[in-house]
Design a binder for this molecule. Structure first.
Ligand code: SF4
Length: 238
């Protein structure tokens, strides 16, 4: 767990716009964005730090492990079978102290008790026994086209499940964050420095961020909110 001072999104002042009672970051319609491993040629780099697990998420995923395991790389299957869990041990994952950034912790603040002993998924380190090309989440694997993809996501799609309901919230919402502060609900984009170098943030490829994140916003905030957000952006002529 992080024990860093908790400073909400310290990186920039945001001229929020109130939409359906929610304070919304204009970056959502001022930035283009597309989470697409093929067009961004990103190798799913966002998974190099794994993710925070909200309470109950490990228990939600665990019953599916028999189905998820065949999607994982052989090395990661062995690590899971040896450890009996995909949840990281902080003492070995971050031996010099928690490496989570305040921004990524805040993005999960409505789902976790910041004072509690929360955990991340295991990170398998670059160049280990399995010859990993980069540090990566224990669930990061390769598809038939040798692209890096999430084995939970691939399993859920093949099972006809809603992948957003199975994957960790931290993964579903990135690069967005929803949190409550002083009685207000805030929806904004994350600016975690550990992830700001990812190709999707400056490639200029993709539709307006809120449009490419439509499914996620509807999942997190509801259909009525998305319709109001879309109406606001279209009223700006965008
Ligand atoms: S659970 Fe899946 S999406 Fe989340 S960090 Fe791991 S591989 Fe990436």
């Amino acid at each position: 767990m992080s024990n860093a001072a908790f400073i909400p999104f310290p990186s920039r002042e945001i001229p929020y716009v109130r939409i359906n009672g929610v304070l919304v970051d204009p970056q959502l319609w001022m930035t283009v964005y597309d989470c697409n491993v093929t067009t961004q040629n990103c190798h799913s780099m966002c998974c190099y730090r794994s993710n925070i697990l909200a309470p109950g998420e490990a228990d939600r995923i665990f019953p599916h492990m028999e189905g998820i395991l065949p999607y994982m790389t052989p090395q990661k299957q062995k690590i899971f079978e040896k450890r009996g869990t995909f949840v990281a041990d902080c003492r070995t994952q971050c031996p010099d102290g928690c490496e989570l950034d305040g921004d990524e912790v805040l993005a999960m603040a409505r789902a976790i008790d910041l004072e509690s002993d929360y955990r991340c998924n295991e990170i398998v380190r670059q160049g280990g026994e399995g010859g990993e090309e980069m540090d990566s989440c224990i669930f990061l694997t390769k598809n038939d086209r040798m692209e890096n993809v999430c084995s939970i996501h691939a399993y859920a799609i093949d099972q006809g499940m809603n992948w957003m309901a199975l994957k960790p919230l931290d993964c579903v919402q990135y690069p967005l964050g929803v949190y409550n502060k002083d009685g207000e609900t805030i929806l904004r984009s994350q600016s975690t420095p550990y992830l700001s170098h990812l190709p999707c943030h400056d490639s200029g490829i993709g539709p307006l961020m809120y449009r490419s994140m439509e499914g996620t916003i509807r999942f997190l905030m509801g259909d009525d909110f998305f319709v109001a957000l879309d109406h606001h952006v279209r009223s700006l002529g965008l």
